[in-house]
Write a protein that binds this ligand. Sequence first.
Ligand code: SAH
Length: 238
Amino acid sequence: MTNVNTLIDGAKTIDINLSEKQIEKFILYKKLLQEWNKKINITSITEDREVDIKHFIDSIVPIKTNLFNGKLKVIDIGTGGGFPGVPLKIINEDLDILLLDSTNKKIRFLDEVIEKLELKNIEAYHGRAEELGRNEEFREKYDIAISRAVASLDTLSEYALPLVSIGGHFIAMKGPDVEEELKLGQNAIKLLGGKVKNIEKIQLPNTDIIHSLIIIEKIKATPTKYPRAGGKPKKQPL
Ligand code: SAH
């Protein structure tokens, strides 16, 4: 019998009461994650309680920002095993989510997750953020770009901000200490049309882990020269 108390109690600490249906989806998601992870490397976190807290609860913490209300278009950049995009979708069915990753085997895993969890209006897409940002089909089309554990804030801003529509938000999910990264990221954020709105620090339930959400508003269009091609956002951050 799977113990779901960690998940249920963890969600309550951020004022989310999970329904039976949502709990079933999380259980199935974890099962698929643990099965696939035996064959291909999706995540280093596989122990039951760790998955509950470090993947599931951590992924739904951004709901606390109140930015996820309604039928919004969201892109999860470098989603890996689906974090935070899939848990956010389980919590708010109205979200229209693109799960983006540059590793194809993770996309195949996510296709199965989407099918088995019967999720609608969510797609796993194989590609690189800096390429999508130069493509009219994706550029400035998202209310929210969110990303966890993908790149430093300067590089990540060049991946994310071109995809966000004006008035929308980019949420970077980070560790406890963000001051240095913020300092280094200021120039990129400004050049790309963003403005730091807020930094929220949250302690993960039943742990001493502190995570930060850097919330950046898109206040101006991103100049057409960004994002730069050829791996520049990573090799030479703005
Ligand atoms: N967000 C997930 C995975 C983090 S690992 C989590 O927090 O668990 C980083 C992921 O980003 C990897 O799966 C990698 O393939 C992807 N990635 C790295 N650079 C990328 C880029 N430029 N565009 C899209 N995906 C990228």
